[in-house]
Write a protein that binds this ligand. Sequence first.
Ligand code: HSE
Length: 408
Amino acid sequence: MIKIAIMGYGVVGSGLVELIDENREAKKCNEEIVITSILVRNKEKHKNKNHSEVLTTDIEEFFSKESDIVVEVMGEITKSLIYVKRALNLKKHVVTANKDLLAEYGEELFELANENGVALKFEASIGGGIPVIKSLIESLEGNNINSIKAILNGTTNFILTKMDKEKLSYEEALKEAQELGFAEANPEADVMGYDAARKLSLLSTLAFRKKVSWKNINIQGITEVESVDFDYADKINCKVKLLCISNNSDEGVYATVKPVLVENESVLAQINNEVNIVIFNGDSIGEIILIGKGAGKMPTGSAVYADVLDIVNKRFTKITAFKREEAKIIENLQGECSAVLRIENSKEQDIIKKCANEFTFIQVLQTQIEGETGVLVKANSEIEIDRFIDGLLANSYVKSIKKIIKID
Ligand code: HSE
C-alpha cells in the first residue's frame, strides 16, 4: 500500500483524485494508493467531494498523517516552497505541477531531493497531459537537443483560436478559458507569456543541460494581438500563435516567447484551443513532435497520476541539469527572417520604396486601417529588420511600427 497526501484540491487535484479512485476500482495499479490527507484553504468548499473526511486546513495536521508521496498542486510559490522543502527533508517523494515554483527554485529543490534520495517529479508542469519531460529526460537522453519549438500555454492558444475562428473578443475568449479551468488563478501569467516562458526555461534547461533562467527569456504575451493581425495572417496564409522558441548553439541560447505567424500548412498552425505541441530537434533522432492537451482537469491530472505511478514502481531519474552553468543568451534570431510590419505613417509611397530598397523581398498587404501600411518583408537577419524599424521611426511621418515575425 502506498500512502499519498495531496496539497490542493482545485482543478488538477480533483483530476488526480478521480484517476486514483477510478484506477483503484478497476484494480489497474499493483499497489493500492490510499489518500491520507488533502490540504485545502476552505473545507466547506470541498465538503461534497470524495475523500472529504481527510480534508484539512492545517499544515501540521497534514504532515502528521502518514505519507510516502506528497503531491503539490496548490499552484503558488511562497507556501509551496516551504511545504515542498519540508516534504523532501522528511524524505517523502514529491510530485508537483508547479512550473512557477520550479522555474524559480528548481536548483535548490532538485538538490534537496537528490540529497534526501527521493524523487521530485514534475511531468504536469509542462504541456499538461503530454509526457514531454519523460520523453526528454528518458527516451531522448542519447541526443543533444539543438532546438525546441513549442506551444506551451493552453489558455493563450485557446484565446487566439477563438479570436481567429469564432471572432470572439479577447475578453470573451479569456472568460471561456477561465471557466474551462485552463487559466492560472491570475491569468496575467498566461496572457503576458510568463507561464509559457517558465515552461520553456525548464524544458531548455533539461534539453540543453545548462541553466536557462526564465527571466533571461525574451517574452511578449498576447495582450497586444488585435483582430487585424489575424487579417494580415490570412493574407499570407498564416495563423497567429504564441510560440516558444529555444535554439542552442556554440554561441549560446536564443530563447523567446512571442506571437508569431506560422504557415497554414505547418503542424503548428493545426494546434488549436488548449492543445499544446512540443517539437524537439535532436542530433540523433532528428525532429520529434509531441501533441496533446496542455491544460485542464483530466489531462493534467493524468500527468500527475503517471508521476505517482512511476514512484510506486520505483521509476525515476535523478535531475541534475538545474545546477549546471547559466547559458549565455543570444538576443536575436539567427539566420534569414521574415516579418509583417504594420507601419502607421502618412507617406505610404515613401515607406514602400524604402522597404523595397532595404529588403530581399517585400509584399505590400492591403489593409482597411486608415494611415497604416502593411508589408511582409524578408531579410538576412532579424537584426537587419530591427535596424530598419529604428531608422524609419526617426522620421516624423512614421508614428509607430508593429513587427510580427513569420516562422518557416
Ligand atoms: N494556465 C496553464 C495553461 C495551465 O493555460 O497552459 C497548464 O499549465
